[in-house]
Design a binder for this molecule. Structure first.
Ligand code: FES
Length: 168
């Protein structure tokens, strides 16, 4: 009898613990999505001249925590923070896309969503050109388009990916 009660008590505690872990994981996953991205600290960062920005790859600018690229004459400053859980998303030169090593989200050269658990494309910064230099403002973030939004550039992966394609 008491052994039966002990087992029931143990199972009840195990169940409660499991629910707690699940609630914690759900809260952690939701946190980045729910928090206001405009709250990022930072400000204007002088980078490079517009004609130094590549059109078929990206350049990493550590001071702005992101990348610069250009598409159809448009300068695009991209924040390197993954919109899933905040890992830094590296550029993969062999595939020509951004690939997050944490859970496998993949984005095009201009940060548009391709696959994975990220809820949207990579965020961008507002910018100005001041004295001939591109100056992204890292306190002014433009949220990426939701996952599932059609891409605006036709640049399929050009080679092998840098991450394991089965990564999730
Ligand atoms: S943090 Fe990038 S896919 Fe999860």
């Amino acid at each position: 009898m008491s052994e039966d009660l002990d087992r029931r008590g143990f199972l009840a505690r195990l169940w409660t613990w499991g629910l707690g872990v699940m609630a914690g994981a759900a809260a952690w996953t939701s946190w980045d999505f729910l928090q206001p991205i405009a709250g990022q600290s930072g400000g204007p960062v002088a980078t490079v001249a517009p004609d130094e920005i590549p059109t078929e790859t990206v350049i990493e600018i550590s001071a702005m925590r992101g990348y610069l690229t250009e598409s159809e004459g448009e300068i695009i400053p991209i924040w390197w923070k993954c919109p899933h859980l905040g890992c830094k998303v590296p550029w993969c030169e062999s595939s020509g896309q951004f690939e997050c090593p944490c859970h496998g989200s993949v984005f095009s050269r201009i940060g548009e969503y391709r696959r994975g658990p990220a809820p949207r494309g990579m965020d961008r910064y507002e910018f100005e050109i001041i004295d001939g230099v591109v100056v992204p403002d890292t306190s002014k973030v433009i949220r990426g388009a939701p996952a599932g939004t059609p891409e605006t550039i036709n640049e399929p992966p050009k080679g092998p990916e840098c991450i394991d394609p089965t990564l999730e």
